[in-house]
Design a protein around this ligand. Structure first.
Ligand code: THU
Length: 160
């Protein structure tokens, strides 16, 4: 038996001003979009802004449903829209902004497992890393430089 360590470097920023101008703008768009989320059940608002290789930005917010499992996370709303509108254009960066109507969110939230799997599909397809920026209303900003960093040992089409 041997042990294999899998690790990654998370980049941590204290303010939006530490990001590049385009990353900062992408996060600001995610924060605006977040406010239009449809989240009457959880009161947890998520905005996602996807920057594509052609410069287009595609957005998504979480869309809940009285039949809870029928709702969808912001990240998948955004990446599926990007896939539908620009099927052959690579995704460069996804900015994710979260807030709650019930409490102050003072730290970033990483995409849920289902969203990681959905984003991994596009990263594997395009063979170019997708960087993920994450932020709450206040607090630190996280950046991981590849989706694979937060979904190690990802399942994908290479197994099929
Ligand atoms: N949510 C997202 O939009 N993205 C995530 O990665 C985590 C959770 C949404 C789903 C649901 O509308 C609410 O947040 C609470 O789970």
């Amino acid at each position: 038996m041997k042990k294999r360590r899998i690790s990654f470097e998370l980049l941590v920023f204290n303010t939006l001003d530490e990001l590049s101008q385009s990353e900062k703008e992408l996060m600001q768009i995610a924060a605006e979009v977040r406010e239009k989320a449809y989240a009457p059940y959880s009161q947890f608002m998520v905005g996602a802004a996807v920057l594509l290789d052609n410069g287009e930005i595609v957005i998504g917010s979480n869309q809940e449903n009285a039949s809870f499992p029928s709702g969808l996370c912001a990240e998948r709303v955004a990446v599926f829209q990007a896939g539908a509108r620009y099927p052959n254009v690579a995704i460069k960066t996804i900015a994710i902004s979260v807030s709650s109507k019930t409490h102050e969110v003072d730290r970033p939230a990483a995409p849920c497992g289902n969203c990681r799997q959905a984003i991994a599909e596009y990263e594997q397809k395009q063979e170019i890393p997708i960087s993920i920026l994450m932020m709450g209303v206040s607090g630190e900003i996280f950046k991981c430089e590849s989706l694979n960093d937060i979904l190690p040992l990802a399942f994908g089409s290479s197994y099929l």
